[in-house]
Design a protein around this ligand. Structure first.
Ligand SMILES: Nc1ncnc2c1ncn2[C@@H]1O[C@H](COP(=O)(O)OP(=O)(O)OP(=O)(O)O)[C@@H](O)[C@H]1O
Length: 467
């Protein structure tokens, strides 16, 4: 509210005004009351102007800060602003009036002018993106919204939009402001439980965790230079710090897994060695089963702490090498390896024996054992692959959409993969780049945690490689 002084000939000041009285030489000081709301508006306008000016710089230098201060508020306003029009154009709005009407003696079909958009919640902040929950109109399905995802990303100027449905009658729209897989990061202070490894970042900017307690066995596929070894290195770097035993089977002469030699309890580099090591592990599984039965436990996790054996993670690099055979003698060895792997996969989950199997090419033509093993490996990670068969082997039995997305990963996107999470849903993810040198150093630092085979239980013979 502005106060006007009749003595000031209509002169109005802000704050304290000084005006000359015509009949007097003494200045008349008058205080004008400026409402509080005015100052709030001035400060708000100043903040908006400063942020707008700094926005490009912030976006380049500190994208996360930029997103919180500038990107997210602007996107939230844009989403609310465009919602009605967007849903109208994408046929997601509905009218309460019937689609059929009578004009003269004709029945005509058309769209009512007044459409009601689906009800949306407030866009909620997420790291590098946002999330909106939308209530479906009766008769709508999440697929209709998935078809509109591309239009949403353009209308909201977001990098990508993904639509999922976690409850009947609702969809969740997750929008990412930039490609979160370009520079994946993992908080350093993250505390993880035993057998869990934070290996990278999901497309929705959350941490990508491989948890063997939830999904006991994993299959990792990818063409050469797609990022399999890097993912294995991330996994080993995480598990090396935990009280678990790591054993390796690497028939490429031990080139990949020998990096972690210091932390490995055993490493088999020949098929004969692998057969030997696997049969030892199967014996260990039988002993653990016996132990559980003797105390009435259904898994080692139900055993008292002092009886519980240490979990064992079996890392297999290049599965195809295990199944290659040229001679009849090799055929018997392959059969032995295949049966042992399958047995471990079937029994292992409850007995703390876990498989992480990786390969460039995994196909049913490698033998029936491979398809049967695949069925037991619930966790799947599919990097860029050279043949559709391998992608189908990894994802085809779980989700056709995931398969299509995996086939779009390019050679430049090293480390990017389609993976299944603990909840059974899939998403694109990227591992943290762990160099061979880093992995070797971590393995050496935690070498003292590696138990011997004897300490693990029933080791009878030394497995073909290095114990
Ligand atoms: N998550 C990642 N982020 C960035 N770069 C990566 C990532 N993963 C892999 N790379 C790059 O890709 C290269 C090849 O990765 P890696 O050795 O893991 O592939 P691979 O699938 O194991 O190949 P091969 O089967 O030939 O051993 C690495 O040297 C690294 O430069």
């Amino acid at each position: 509210m502005r106060e006007e002084s009749p003595n000031c000939n209509g002169l109005v000041g802000v704050g304290r005004s000084i005006c000359e009285h015509p009949a007097s030489t003494t200045p008349v000081h008058q205080s004008v009351h400026i409402p509080y709301g005015f100052w709030v508006l001035v400060v708000l306008a100043a903040v908006i102007m400063v942020l707008t000016a700094l926005s490009p710089l912030l976006r380049r230098r500190a994208p996360r800060v930029w997103w919180t201060l500038c990107g997210y508020p602007a996107a939230a306003v844009r989403i609310r602003w465009t919602w009605r029009r967007l849903t109208d154009v994408q046929y997601l709005s509905v009218s309460k009036r019937p689609a059929l009407g009578i004009v003269g003696d004709m029945v005509v079909r058309g769209r009512a002018l007044k459409q009601i958009p689906p009800r949306m919640g407030l866009p909620r902040w997420r790291r590098g993106g946002l999330l909106v929950r939308v209530r479906l109109h009766s008769g709508q399905t999440p697929e209709q919204y998935q078809l509109a995802a591309e239009a949403m990303s353009h209308a909201w100027r977001m990098y990508s939009v993904r639509v999922t449905s976690d409850a009947r009658g609702f969809v969740e729209i997750r929008a990412a402001a930039w490609d979160p897989l370009a520079t994946p990061s993992v908080p350093r202070s993250l505390v993880v439980e035993l057998l869990s490894a934070v290996v990278g970042q999901w497309e929705d900017s959350t941490e990508w965790t491989v948890n063997l307690r939830r999904v006991p066995h994993w299959l990792i596929v990818g063409a050469t230079r797609s990022g399999k070894s890097t993912l294995l290195a991330s996994l080993v770097s995480a598990w090396a710090r935990q009280r678990v035993a790591l054993v390796g089977i690497d028939l490429k002469g031990g080139m990949e897994l020998s990096l972690f030699q210091a932390r490995l309890t055993a490493l088999a580099t020949t098929r004969a060695g692998a057969a030997d090591l696997l049969s030892t592990l199967v014996t260990m599984a039988n002993d653990r089963m016996e132990l559980c039965r003797s105390v009435g436990a259904r898994s080692i996790w139900e055993l008292p702490d002092k009886l519980r054996p240490m979990p064992v993670i079996v890392l297999v690099d290049e599965l195809a090498e295990l199944y290659l055979m040229a001679t009849t003698a090799e055929k018997a060895e392959v059969a032995q390896v295949s049966t042992a792997l399958l047995r471990l996969a079937q029994l292992g989950a409850a007995l703390g024996l876990h498989l992480v199997v990786s390969g460039q090419r995994v196909g049913s033509d490698m033998g029936v054992g491979v398809t049967a093993l695949r069925a037991q490996l619930g966790g799947r990670v599919c990097h860029r692959v050279n043949d559709v068969g391998t992608a189908e082997m990894a994802l085809g039995d779980l989700d056709k959409d995931a398969l299509a997305v995996a086939q779009q990963i390019t050679a430049e996107q090293q480390g990017v993969a389609v993976a299944f999470g603990d909840d059974g849903g899939w998403m694109r993810a990227r591992s943290i780049l762990t160099t061979p040198e880093q992995a070797r150093r971590i393995a050496e630092r935690y070498a003292h945690l590696a138990p011997s085979m004897g300490q693990l239980g029933t080791y009878q013979r030394q497995a073909g490689g290095t114990p």
